[in-house]
Design a protein around this ligand. Structure first.
Ligand SMILES: Cc1cc2nc3c(=O)[nH]c(=O)nc-3n(C[C@H](O)[C@H](O)[C@H](O)COP(=O)(O)OP(=O)(O)OC[C@H]3O[C@@H](n4cnc5c(N)ncnc54)[C@H](O)[C@@H]3O)c2cc1C
Length: 460
């Protein structure tokens, strides 16, 4: 790619910041990545990424982008013992809260990576640090932007060294804010006399509780088991195989139906939702460490794409634009797709960069937003306006889910939308709608797993 600037600064070395730095390294002479946390040499959770203690899945759109940005990454992770899922037989995914999707056969490509979040971040970081023109400085907190006299051009950042408290200015042609959902970019804009972005929000009052487990090898054939929340039971769980026969069990609950912070309470909740063999495997597993919790109050999308005025030399990226309910596991993939959007707009030069980037990034962000908010609004416990189109789509989506429990073609199409490979509108195509109707109209819902346990072997 043609070089369009001398120096870019990325603030925040989470997954989004790392991916932004990777792409910017092709278009700028050098890239400086500034991270507030001291970064650990070994993969372990850190303060700035509280989600590091909880279940993290990279879904297919993200795995494909990372494969393009870092060829061989999946082979490296597989060699390190990380489960990289290539076969649907290893996935038991029941987004409707009861029956798994009917997904058949090998996929021929890695479609889910479930490295623990600290390990995935460490591998990506290693690749980014190996780039000759990227400099990663940890222990550096960015306090503010600097701007030229007209206050229309951002010229760099003011950084405070976390250890010594020394402040310095780092000059750059471009600053990318990838500081996550707590981003201060709206305040930074206000201090330069720009409007903050309008914000879309949906309150969900979600709580995560996660227990690490050591399981008997082969205790479960599946490597991922995920059961979504349901209208009559607004909680669910994800169970992920990790490196070294460890598992992560994350329970999540909405609007007051929160998982408690002790193992007994988690097991009680799990027993209601998990297939019996999964519950038995978890009950027999040995807990490792304490239960960790994380509160996620609200889906939030800051609409930078709707601003008329925006300073030159600044972009906002990743969760700092949009952060959605983590139970849908879309944040890292949305960031990966934003990185590809950024690469595309950089290829056309620096003119009007912010407007072009925010517009391009809004497409993948919208996919994640619709998937998360659409799913959340299906739960009566979540308060929010349900317009007529939302209600109609909600009813149709419930049918798609039912059809996908029986029909592998519908299941695959649904999975592609749920993993941001296709837009949601694909499910409205006549061929899919016809299949959905064929598999749902006049057919009784499948019996509940509890009944199947009593009458025959579980197929979940
Ligand atoms: C509980 C939970 C579970 C999740 N599960 C999944 C999942 O399964 N799949 C998925 O795809 N996504 C998941 N996500 C979302 C995912 O983690 C994020 O979308 C993704 O990591 C992108 O985040 P980010 O890099 O934009 O921000 P963050 O991960 O928040 O990183 C921001 C970085 O900026 C640094 N920083 C902040 N302020 C400053 C400053 N002033 N100066 C310098 N550095 C600063 C922070 O220390 C941090 O390193 C989950 C999120 C949560 C909360």
């Amino acid at each position: 790619m043609r070089q369009i600037g001398e120096h870019a600064v990325v603030v925040g070395a989470g997954v989004a910041g790392l991916l932004a730095a990777r792409v910017l390294s092709e278009a700028y002479g050098r890239v400086t990545l500034l991270e507030r946390d001291p970064l650990p040499a070994a993969p372990r959770p850190r303060r700035g990424v509280a989600q590091g203690r909880h279940a993290h899945l990279l879904v297919t759109s993200g795995t494909l982008v990372l494969d393009r940005l870092f060829p061989g990454l999946w082979e490296d992770l597989s060699a390190a013992g990380v489960p990289v899922i290539r076969d649907f037989a290893e996935l038991r995914f029941a987004p409707g809260g009861e029956h798994p999707l009917r997904l058949d056969g090998p996929t021929g490509q890695p479609f889910i990576c479930q490295a623990g979040r600290p390990r995935l971040e460490q591998h990506i970081r290693g690749r980014v640090q190996a780039l000759p023109n990227v400099d990663l400085r940890d222990g550096c907190s960015v306090a503010d932007l600097t701007a030229d006299a007209s206050r229309r051009r951002v010229t760099g950042v003011r950084v405070v060294d976390a250890t010594h408290g020394v402040a310095q200015t780092v000059h750059s042609d471009l600053v990318v804010d990838a500081t996550g959902r707590g981003s201060r970019a709206p305040n930074w804009l206000a201090s330069l006399d720009y409007e903050p972005p309008p914000s879309q929000r949906l309150t969900i009052d979600l709580m995560y509780a996660t227990q690490r487990l050591r399981a008997r090898p082969g205790a479960l054939a599946a490597k991922v088991v995920a059961v979504g929340a349901r209208a009559d039971r607004p909680y669910g769980f994800v169970l992920l195989a990790q490196e070294d026969d460890h598992w992560l069990l994350t329970m999540f609950g909405y609007a007051g139906h929160h998982p408690v912070r002790d193992r007994g309470g988690l097991l009680d909740m799990l027993q209601v939702v998990a297939p019996p063999d999964v519950f038995a495997a978890v009950r027999e597993a040995e807990p490792v460490g304490e239960v960790a919790t994380h509160r996620f109050p609200v889906n939030q999308w800051r609409r930078y794409d709707r601003l008329r005025r925006f300073p030159t030399g600044l972009l906002v990226f990743g969760d700092a634009i949009c952060s959605t309910n983590p139970a849908y596991a879309l944040g890292m993939s949305a960031a990966a797709l934003q990185a590809e959007s950024l690469r595309d707009v950089l290829a056309d030069g620096s003119r009007d960069l912010a407007r072009r980037f925010f517009r391009a990034a809004a497409r993948p962000v919208d996919g994640a937003w619709q998937a998360a908010v659409g799913g959340d609004l299906a739960l009566p416990q979540v308060e929010g306006r349900r317009s007529l189109p939302v209600r109609v789509i909600g009813r149709y989506s419930a049918r798609v889910l039912r059809a996908a429990e029986r029909d592998p073609v519908t299941a695959l199409r649904l999975l592609r939308v749920a993993s941001l490979q296709d837009p949601g509108s694909r499910l409205l195509r006549p061929a899919t709608a016809a299949r959905v109707l064929r598999h749902t109209v006049g057919r009784a819902p499948a019996p509940s797993p509890e009944r199947r346990v009593a009458t025959g072997p579980s197929t979940s």
